[in-house]
Design a protein around this ligand. Structure first.
Ligand code: GRF
Length: 218
């Protein structure tokens, strides 16, 4: 019998293009995870429509009625995830900071995609800051979520060149293309049990050959 696919919950707040990339990848029966739930803190998140059209269960836990009680909001999130037997949580443009309680509850089972090559450019406005700093390579990172924002063990990264003609939008679009490749691959790695954490670093088993260096400008 084949190994059961891991049940994944995707947390979104907005358009959900990374969520859509995960849904697309998981359509393949050989993919080691299924998207079992898309959960939003915003009732108007555009990604909810896409998920519904794709036949995925959706849920909304609006943070607003909870006011400043972040843990009560997160207990509702957690209850919804458990009600759907979720095993792995993917944050995909989820715009709420999570308390240590939620992070601990899902430790080792929750990942995030960040639009920069961490540990550079944690936080917001990563593309504008990358241009401003003059870096020649920028990109995206998938990492485990820990209590320190954008600082958990790195699972996978993808890089793109920064062109001298780039503005924030052009660079964001190039990075987003990489995100859509990266996130499904990173989720597949952890869902198939090919990662382990040693000394705070992710070790990936069975990697294939080393690719050529990405050097820019040429
Ligand atoms: C992405 O750039 C992701 O890296 C960041 O938030 C954005 C979400 O975009 N965490 P989308 O909703 O997946 O289109």
């Amino acid at each position: 019998m084949s190994t059961p696919r891991k049940r994944v919950g995707v947390l979104i707040s907005g358009r959900g293009s990374n969520m859509a990339a995960l849904i697309k990848a998981a359509k393949d029966d050989d993919y080691p995870a299924e998207i079992a739930l898309v959960l939003s803190n915003r009732p108007d998140a555009a990604g909810l429509d896409h998920a519904g059209e794709a036949g995925i269960a959706t849920a909304v836990v609006d943070h607003k009625p909870f006011g400043k009680d972040r843990e009560a909001f997160e207990r509702a999130l957690d209850a919804t995830l458990r009600a759907h037997d979720i095993e792995i949580v993917c944050l995909a443009g989820f715009m709420r900071l999570l308390t240590p309680w939620f992070v601990e509850t899902w430790a080792g089972r929750m990942i995030n995609i960040h639009p920069a090559l961490l540990p550079s450019f944690k936080g917001l406005d990563t593309h504008a800051r990358a241009i401003e700093s003059g870096v020649k390579l920028h990109g995206a990172t998938v990492h485990y979520v820990t209590s320190d924002m954008d600082a958990g063990p790195i699972i996978m990264q993808g890089a793109v060149p920064v062109l001298s003609t780039d503005d924030e939008n052009a660079l964001a679009a190039r990075v987003l293309g990489v995100e859509h490749q990266l996130y499904p691959q990173a989720l597949a790695l952890i869902a198939s049990g090919r990662t382990r954490i040693e000394d705070g670093r992710v070790v990936v088993s069975e990697t294939t050959e080393t690719p050529a260096a990405l050097i820019w400008p040429v």
